[in-house]
Design a protein around this ligand. Structure first.
Ligand code: HEC
Ligand code: HEC
Ligand code: HEC
Ligand code: HEC
Ligand code: HEC
Ligand code: HEC
Ligand code: HEC
Ligand code: HEC
Ligand code: HEC
Ligand code: HEC
Length: 332
């Protein structure tokens, strides 16, 4: 880490000065940094180091035998873009302490004094809300605008329950590895996605965040789009109306018939036809039954054709609605 250290030597700034410089030089981008340091500092009552990352790395070097955690991969991530003034390691940035808070006391003692430096774990002296504030002061806005309306925020989930900072590739950001992060807390969903009929998460073609905004949204179940159907339409546009011949429940809510996370039945169905259909339609009222006078299902006779013909969808194949001029009764 000699090179890294030398680069940081150019950035020997006192914390106060840093904040001031940031405020002057970077306008909007600086304000969050200043606020971040203020919020962490107040929870801790200690000083920033004078030499920033240089001090930290004098012990937290990958060659050091006193520490067990490798901090170095962070230098291969976007947080270490020195050319980006918004980054912790950009000019005038607070470097390691932008996230961990003022570390002078910890650096002086050089030991695992959990109460003197924020480690982003549940045993930190900071609450989940305060730990998140360290991230949010730079990351408010964009995809996180919904954070304060979200179920995760209300349940004290921390940014760092999902995100890993000291790794080259944060697993939650890649489709293939993301679900594993979510399953740690959502075991039920892990089971659902093992079903024979399920969206292709196991193959890594999709991820939870294709349907959900993990940072929160004002939609039910933190869905990515304002309604459930709009979420589905973002990929299944062919199911979007208006159709010449509509099927009311389709326009209303796809989940009346489909379990989005997976099902033991084909096509993610909540029930198999004809049971699926009979939740809302009674066979006894089927017009053909009425007209032919066929006897009722269960009672033997012709009426059961409507059940035995494989399923209702053999005749009513356009269950999602039809644009065919003669597609009445969802037949084509
Ligand atoms: C004099 C050596 C020394 C310096 C300087 C130092 N640390 Fe540490 N730090 C340690 C040791 C030793 C541990 C315990 C390591 C372990 O268990 O792997 C530790 C632990 C930590 C932890 C984990 C604390 C916990 O409760 O689990 C964090 C976070 C940390 N250091 C960040 C920093 C930061 C940021 C800086 C610079 C501001 C810094 N350290 C400077 C020696 C140092
Ligand atoms: C001093 C400001 C600052 C702080 C504090 C900060 N970040 Fe960042 N973060 C950035 C910048 C700048 C980027 C790069 C953004 C870009 O390139 O558009 C970034 C990128 C990211 C990314 C995207 C990484 C990628 O590979 O696409 C994630 C995730 C992230 N930060 C999470 C966090 C979390 C979690 C915390 C708190 C532990 C945090 N950040 C603290 C400034 C900060
Ligand atoms: C429940 C897990 C989870 C939590 C908690 C979480 N994130 Fe994320 N984050 C993700 C996922 C998944 C993505 C990638 C998909 C996306 O952009 O929605 C992501 C993407 C990001 C990105 C990069 C993409 C972008 O939108 O710029 C940043 C930055 C980020 N998160 C910051 C944060 C911050 C700050 C917090 C805490 C306030 C946080 N995250 C909390 C799961 C989470
Ligand atoms: C963008 C925010 C951010 C920056 C900048 C940052 N860290 Fe971290 N650090 C974290 C988070 C979050 C964790 C928790 C583990 C993880 O996410 O990988 C952590 C974990 C650690 C740990 C291990 C704590 C433990 O679990 O024992 C040490 C040590 C550490 N950081 C030191 C440093 C040093 C030294 C620097 C500067 C070179 C630095 N960090 C820069 C956010 C940051
Ligand atoms: C640290 C634990 C934790 C992790 C990791 C986590 N969640 Fe959650 N999540 C919760 C808690 C707690 C709740 C609220 C209680 C519940 O519904 O189980 C919740 C609720 C939800 C909800 C329901 C929201 C609502 O309003 O009904 C969704 C959707 C969700 N999480 C998606 C995700 C996704 C996607 C990921 C991964 C990117 C993820 N979660 C990772 C803890 C977590
Ligand atoms: C194809 C879109 C889609 C994908 C992919 C998806 N979800 Fe969902 N999820 C939904 C919908 C829609 C709901 C609302 C269900 C309802 O209201 O009937 C939901 C609801 C939830 C809930 C609230 C409790 C519940 O089951 O109703 C949680 C928690 C959740 N999802 C977690 C996850 C996790 C974790 C992943 C990834 C492993 C994931 N979801 C992937 C669409 C999806
Ligand atoms: C990000 C894109 C995406 C979103 C959003 C999405 N799907 Fe899908 N859906 C897919 C893909 C990809 C497949 C698999 C197609 C294949 O295997 O040929 C699929 C397949 C399906 C299937 C057929 C499954 C089978 O086993 O035949 C149903 C039913 C379905 N989706 C319903 C929904 C519903 C309901 C929603 C909204 C809650 C939704 N989808 C949201 C991409 C998406
Ligand atoms: C009234 C029940 C019902 C509703 C509501 C419903 N579906 Fe379906 N869906 C079915 C049935 C039944 C099948 C199986 C069709 C078959 O076997 O030919 C199916 C199959 C599918 C398929 C896979 C085959 C194909 O046609 O591409 C997708 C994708 C799908 N539905 C998406 C949706 C979406 C998106 C919505 C909401 C806009 C929705 N469904 C609403 C009953 C329904
Ligand atoms: C959640 C309730 C619900 C479910 C489940 C449901 N339907 Fe419907 N269906 C309706 C409603 C409501 C109408 C409109 C009735 C009306 O306009 O009088 C309708 C209308 C129809 C029509 C007449 C369409 C027309 O053009 O007049 C057919 C045919 C039909 N449904 C077949 C099916 C089949 C086949 C299934 C099973 C795959 C099914 N339905 C499942 C509620 C449902
Ligand atoms: C053998 C073919 C066939 C099967 C199987 C079948 N239907 Fe039909 N269905 C029809 C025909 C034909 C009509 C139109 C009758 C008419 O308009 O006189 C119709 C009409 C309907 C209507 C519209 C009623 C109205 O008042 O306009 C509904 C609802 C319906 N079927 C539901 C079902 C359900 C539910 C099943 C499965 C239990 C089913 N059908 C099975 C042929 C079938």
């Amino acid at each position: 880490m000699k090179t890294t250290r030398r680069i940081f030597s150019a950035l020997l700034l006192l914390a106060g000065l840093t904040v001031q410089l940031l405020a002057q030089a970077q306008g909007a981008a600086a304000a969050p940094s200043a606020a971040a340091s203020a919020s962490i500092a107040s929870g801790q009552g200690t000083q920033y180091t004078e030499q920033g990352a240089d001090t930290c790395l004098s012990c937290h070097d990958e060659d050091s035998s006193t520490v067990t955690f490798s901090v170095n991969p962070i230098f291969k991530t976007r947080h270490a873009h020195r050319g980006d003034p918004r980054s912790p390691f950009g000019a005038g940035g607070l470097q390691c302490e932008a996230c961990h808070g003022p570390g002078a006391r910890h650096a002086a003692k050089g030991s695992k004094k959990a109460l003197t430096i924020n480690n982003f774990k549940a045993d930190s002296f900071l609450s989940a809300g305060q730990r998140n504030q360290a991230c949010l002061t730079c990351h408010e806005g964009s995809a996180r605008t919904g954070w304060h309306a979200g179920t995760h925020e209300r349940n004290n989930v921390a940014c760092t329950d999902c995100h890993r900072i000291h790794v080259e590739q944060d697993p939650v950001l890649a489709k293939v590895t993301q679900p594993e992060t979510c399953y740690r807390c959502h075991a039920q969903q892990r089971a659902s996605f093992q079903n024979t009929s399920a969206h292709p998460l196991r193959s890594g073609k999709m991820a939870c965040s294709d349907c959900h905004s993990p940072h929160g949204s004002s939609a039910p179940a933190m869905l990515a789009k304002p309604t459930l159907n709009q979420t589905c339409f973002s990929c299944h546009a062919d199911k979007r109306g208006p159709m010449l011949w509509e099927h009311a429940p389709v326009a209303e809510d796809c989940s009346l018939c489909h379990s989005p996370h997976g099902s033991v039945r084909p096509a993610l169905l909540t029930k198999s036809p004809p049971m699926l259909c009979q939740q809302c339609h009674s066979v006894t009222g089927h017009p053909s039954v009425a007209r032919t006078g066929a006897s009722l299902p269960g009672g033997g006779g012709g009426g059961s054709i409507f059940l035995l013909a494989g399923s209702c969808t053999n005749c009513h194949s356009q269950v999602h609605g039809s644009n065919h001029p003669s597609g009445a009764k969802l037949m084509r």
